[in-house]
Design a protein around this ligand. Sequence first.
Ligand SMILES: Nc1ncnc2c1ncn2[C@@H]1O[C@H](COP(=O)(O)OP(=O)(O)OP(=O)(O)O)[C@@H](O)[C@H]1O
Ligand SMILES: [Mg+2]
Length: 473
Amino acid sequence: MDDDRFRLLVQGVLDYGILMLDTGGRISTWNAGAERIKGYAAEEIIGRHFSVFYPAEDVAAGKPARELEVAVEQGRLEDEGWRVRKDGTRFWANVVITALYDEQGRLHGFGKVTRDVTERRTAELALRESEERFRLLVQSVQDYGIFMLDTGGHISSWNAGAERIKGYTADEIIGRHFSVFYPAEDVAAGKPAWELEVAVADGRLEDEGWRVRKDGTRFWANVVITALYDEQGRLHGFGKVTRDMTERRNAEQALRERRRLVGHLVEAQEVERRRIAWDVHDESIQSMVAVGMRLQLLASRLPEPHASAVSGLDESVAAAIARLRGLVSRLRPPELDRHGLVEAITAYTDDVAGRWGLAHEVRDELTAEPSPEAAITVYRICQEALSNVHKHARATRVAVTLSTVDNGILVRITDDGVGTAGEDAGAGHFGLVEMHERAEAAHGWLSVDSTPGEGTVVEFWLPLLPDATELEP
Ligand SMILES: Nc1ncnc2c1ncn2[C@@H]1O[C@H](COP(=O)(O)OP(=O)(O)OP(=O)(O)O)[C@@H](O)[C@H]1O
Ligand SMILES: [Mg+2]
């Protein structure tokens, strides 16, 4: 490339200010980029000393002259810093000054290339600031222990949450190996090292288990370990986030325990009811039937008016027997044992809804028969739901639907009554509470959905195999 074309190229470049200084630092050439960045036209600036580009304090400190000295000593100087435009505003400049020599090796002047990197610097500052804010955030988080491990598993950072959960201050713990948080048996089994291996292999590891505080007490922790890589893809260390789940675990255990207890009570109640039903059936009813037969025999042998009196007695006995049969079937619906759930619910609904003057329907979409335990739970919940419809709904019709859903039985009792005033029924009302408890004790759920003036839907679901969900950690 000949000199003229090269000169034209340099002059036309807009992104870089490219200029030359004589040996004394006076500007001898100027290009379009320099004009764009610094605001001076060529005729305004050529011949002036390049220190006009420097802030007053740099000039006072002798910086321009020193930069030329360094460029002479080292051939080249690179600097980043504030420079001043013609209008007095500042910009963040990247500057390279190169010493230029002629063929005889004498210093001829300097080449100077300037870039305006204000935007880059602003972005870098913003990034640094956001990193700093993020670091402060992480440091002050209380609910999570957030800290870093080096590649060998030694703790390299610590936050307030980690201190709160584990009891160590940053001074005490930084530099120590993270296996101090593990119970002795886990350390003996090599669990800490194994967790880091998994984090490297899978990128991440999540674990729940016992960990040890500084004071030796244990807490139930949820731990996530993430492998951290640098830009070159080399393992840089690990991030570790720990939560103290002890309270949640205790609450869950208490809930499980309560469910177990309620389940047990409900079962005991059913056993007791069945026993009473059998006793009443086998003893009271049988002997009263015998009494009735004797009375009939006696009446057939006695003259009037004694015969009528005895027949009257027999009728009272028969009425008492009917009432006892009703009691027995309420205690232990015989259809449930003999004909199965749908039959029992249908018989019960026909009976009560008929008596209460409600249009009714039982729809059977079951494709699997529930276990006897599930059947009795369904039956009892339906009993209470129907009795609520009678007592509270002022409905004209009620529908019960049973279907098989998600390996369980879904039951829906729908009425067209006034709707509930909300589930919070207050003291002295146990029907809904008991329905919930029964469903949950059977590892299912129950919900009540009500629209004022349009009616109420009670819906519940129980697993078909109650034992399948019994798996406890
Ligand atoms: N199908 C329904 N339609 C309208 N209101 C209802 C219905 N079911 C329940 N409720 C309302 O919810 C309240 C709570 O019902 P819950 O069965 O818990 O108590 P209860 O029937 O009043 O008393 P208990 O069942 O203990 O004898 C009822 O008092 C009633 O106000
Ligand atoms: Mg009730």
